[in-house]
Design a protein around this ligand. Structure first.
Ligand SMILES: Cc1cc2nc3c(=O)[nH]c(=O)nc-3n(C[C@H](O)[C@H](O)[C@H](O)COP(=O)(O)OP(=O)(O)OC[C@H]3O[C@@H](n4cnc5c(N)ncnc54)[C@H](O)[C@@H]3O)c2cc1C
Ligand SMILES: *[C@@H]1O[C@H](CO)[C@@H](O)[C@H](O)[C@H]1NC(C)=O
Ligand SMILES: *[C@@H]1O[C@H](CO)[C@@H](O)[C@H](O)[C@H]1NC(C)=O
Ligand SMILES: *[C@@H]1O[C@H](CO)[C@@H](O)[C@H](O)[C@H]1NC(C)=O
Ligand SMILES: *[C@@H]1O[C@H](CO)[C@@H](O)[C@H](O)[C@H]1NC(C)=O
Length: 398
């Protein structure tokens, strides 16, 4: 029995999760083509917060719930079978409100807050318990999944994909000469300054760079605008984050902030203490764009934004004053027009699949996305989730 040759383009958490599930299902002939490095983008710079079902859509809710449960199983498997720790744990999630300028003397803190929080919290709310929320280290998860794939014979190829070669399938279906509807498939992935990669199945997991692939379908394919529209609809949304290093308390909490600035504006950063004593802090959503630097390590960093995150974190916990901010970074999230991910076969091609547009829930939803896509590829199995996330919804002209 020969297993199909699979080429995954993009080594973020989505590419890693699809590769992992295909491997688990016995398809081990996998190459992951990654331009810069595994988890170099949002997948290595995210918070890694996981919620069982914070979605207000039914199908995406099913995706999140299934994925939430899978994270625990996969973390356990990676730890036991591969000695890989992805820092998975359940957490209590709090929404805490603070003012940038406090006029009154600090109140006595409520007992439900961990001692680590020293700031003057004027309102708090439990958003999730250890039954419904958790965290994982996204970079360790992505790299861990890839290591499993490599241990089963898969490989990573560092290179920039920049096109496809196509062929028309004439063996099984008769060509319709009037409408040129003979099925078309990709045969080779073209790389910059390297030999092309031949495969039976291609999967695009390009995250916020997905729009760049729209031009790969300009030539030699019928229905080309329909294909390109499914890629060109993706935008990148920039976000900054910082990581404090330094033996902070490791109590299992996640904090969503409601921070009232002196100018009476509201900002809502998130703070995730990690089990190794690091404190991760991120802000959200600055601007959407289709103008990303090729290299994820060349995303410009606004020091003012990082300084602000640092200042807010110190306001929440004064113990951070002496901690070293070791990481100051920015990256882009992949955003789809309707806020729902694109998971499935690209309309107009026989063997090219896509998984992207996961917005701020890509770490959470990666595992079930990988599972669903592997089932579709191997068994042709379509679920309600895949119906909702079908990329073909963007193939029609407006
Ligand atoms: C600040 C921040 C906090 C977040 N927090 C959370 C959270 O707590 N929980 C959660 O679930 N999600 C969170 N997210 C969202 C999550 O990080 C993303 O949804 C997810 O990482 C997207 O993964 P991806 O694999 O689609 O894209 P990416 O991680 O961007 O991966 C795409 C990869 O494709 C590669 N690539 C691009 N073009 C090419 C090419 N031409 N050839 C070869 N390779 C190419 C890139 O180099 C990159 O490695 C957060 C995001 C941010 C920015
Ligand atoms: C998730 O929540 C939404 C909205 O409350 C609901 O419609 C959906 O059924 C839930 N999904 C699951 C799997 O619980
Ligand atoms: C946190 O609380 C504030 C104030 O009550 C509220 O406006 C905000 O929506 C809450 N945030 C979340 C994530 O629930
Ligand atoms: C950096 O961010 C601050 C706000 O945090 C903003 O006022 C400023 O314009 C930004 N600078 C650049 C170069 O984008
Ligand atoms: C393909 O695109 C054309 C316009 O370019 C549109 O009229 C047609 O409906 C599309 N077909 C599908 C099935 O999306």
């Amino acid at each position: 029995m020969t297993t199909p040759r699979i080429c995954i383009v993009g080594g973020g958490v989505l590419g890693a999760a699809v590769a992992y599930h295909l491997c688990e299902a016995g398809c081990t002939n996998i190459v992951i083509v990654e331009r810069t490095g595994i988890a170099c983008g949002a997948s290595g710079r995210a918070g890694g917060f996981l919620a069982k079902n914070w979605s207000d859509s039914k199908s995406v809710g099913q995706l999140s719930t299934a994925s939430f449960l899978l994270h625990e199983k996969v973390a356990e498997k990676l730890r036991q079978e591969y000695n890989i720790d992805v820092m998975y744990r359940r957490v209590t999630t709090l929404n805490i409100s603070l003012k940038e300028k406090t006029t009154t003397t600090p109140q006595r803190k409520s007992d439900t807050l961990p001692k680590w929080v020293t700031g003057d919290v004027f309102k708090e709310e439990i958003l999730g318990t250890e039954a419904t929320t958790a965290q994982v280290h996204p970079g360790l998860l992505t790299n861990g999944l890839v290591r499993v794939v490599e241990s089963k014979g898969g490989r990573v190829l560092i290179g920039k994909a920049n096109g496809f070669l196509f062929e028309t399938i004439t063996t099984h279906t008769e060509k319709d000469h009037h409408h040129q509807t003979a099925p078309v498939q990709a045969s080779k992935l073209l790389l910059e300054n390297q030999d092309p990669v031949e495969a039976d199945i291609f999967i695009l997991t390009l995250g916020p760079w997905t729009y760049q692939a729209a031009t790969w379908f300009k030539d030699s394919v019928s229905f080309k605008p329909n294909i390109s529209r499914q890629l060109d609809c993706i935008q990148g949304l920039k976000a900054h984050s910082i990581v404090f290093k330094g033996n902070q308390p490791t109590e299992p909490y996640a904090f969503f902030l409601n921070y009232v600035t002196s100018a009476n504006g509201i900002i809502d950063p998130e703070i995730y203490p990690r089990p190794n004593g690091d404190i991760y802090v991120c802000g959200f959503g600055e601007q959407t764009t289709q103008n990303l630097p090729d290299d994820a390590n060349h995303v410009s960093i606004n020091e003012t934004s990082c300084d602000k995150l640092k200042e807010i974190a110190i306001h929440v916990s004064s113990t951070l004053k002496d901690a070293n901010v070791e990481v100051r970074q920015a990256c882009y999230l992949p955003i789809s027009p309707d806020g729902i991910p694109l998971i499935g076969k690209l309309y107009g091609l026989e063997n090219v699949y896509i998984a992207t547009g996961h917005s701020c829930w890509g770490i959470l939803n990666s595992l079930e996305t990988g599972h669903q896509l592997a089932q579709l590829i191997i068994n042709g199995q379509v679920s309600p989730i895949l119906n909702t996330c079908d990329p073909a919804r963007f193939s029609k002209g407006s």
